[in-house]
Design a protein around this ligand. Structure first.
Ligand SMILES: C[S@@+](CC[C@H](N)C(=O)[O-])C[C@H]1O[C@@H](n2cnc3c(N)ncnc32)[C@H](O)[C@@H]1O
Length: 226
């Protein structure tokens, strides 16, 4: 492994390492009770977005505490779920949140090809993941290629990401993003809506994006977006 690759690996692991068993019970309170408000995005938007896009055969990448999926489970929207995360603490927390639904767990880095048997998911969600991963969208957008490999024809990929460029126009959000980037928890300084549009547009026939405060919600599919 070269120096650049080793440094990237270090940064990727640092971005996922913050989700410790001690922090995870407070994750939802911190992110949906505080941080998204600083980003000027109402917390309810995330639950509605998941409700509208999740399917009965779903893969979730970067699962955190699993609370968005738990919300979907309560709405009886989930049947078969696979959880993928670099951090085993998050896989365990999300599995626990979804009990008694049986889930498949895959520990893996979204930047590397996915190792999964018999995939063909109807939906893949990656919420608040991209801003945790180093590189611009042109680099970390490789995840959408990996997703395409496990998506059923006409399946949907959807998610959201905290956007710095064009997003952090107001001081409190900029302050939060700067601290997080300094700490290596966020890597979104280079992220732009145009880059994400381009990366998704090269892989999927239909792409839709909506910005709410500093949060960019995206959906993409080869089928028409309903
Ligand atoms: C900010 S949390 C998002 C949690 C949840 N999706 C939500 O929206 O509340 C980021 C999650 O992505 C995971 N993660 C970070 N880098 C990753 C990577 N390179 N590959 C896979 N998962 C990663 C973290 O372990 C964590 O579970």
């Amino acid at each position: 492994m070269g120096t650049d690759e080793a440094e990237l690996e270090r940064q990727v692991r640092q971005g996922a390492a913050v989700y410790t068993p001690l922090f995870l019970p407070f994750y939802d309170w911190w992110v949906y009770g505080f941080a998204v408000r600083v980003m000027r995005c109402p917390p309810g938007e995330f639950r509605t977005f998941y409700e509208l896009n999740v399917s009965e055969h779903h893969l979730d990448i970067g699962v955190g505490s699993g609370s968005l999926l738990k919300h979907c489970l309560r709405q009886q929207l989930l049947e078969r779920v696979t959880l993928m995360d670099l951090n085993p603490n998050c896989l365990l927390a999300a599995e626990k949140a979804l009990r008694p639904l049986p889930v498949r767990k895959v520990q893996g880095d979204m930047l590397k090809p996915f190792v999964m048997d018999n995939p063909r998911f109807l939906s893949v969600g990656l919420n608040f993941l991209l801003h945790c991963v180093p590189g611009s969208f042109r680099e970390k957008g490789v995840v959408f290629k990996h997703i395409k490999d496990v998506l059923a024809p006409g399946g949907l990929v959807f998610g959201s990401t905290a956007i710095y460029q064009g997003g952090a126009r107001h001081a409190p959000a900029r302050f939060l993003f700067d601290r997080y980037n300094q700490a290596g928890v966020f890597h979104n300084r280079e992220d732009t809506q145009d880059d994400l549009q381009q990366v998704l547009g090269e892989l999927y026939e239909n792409v839709e994006m909506v910005q709410e405060g500093c949060v960019l919600f995206f959906r993409a599919s080869d089928a028409p977006l309903e």
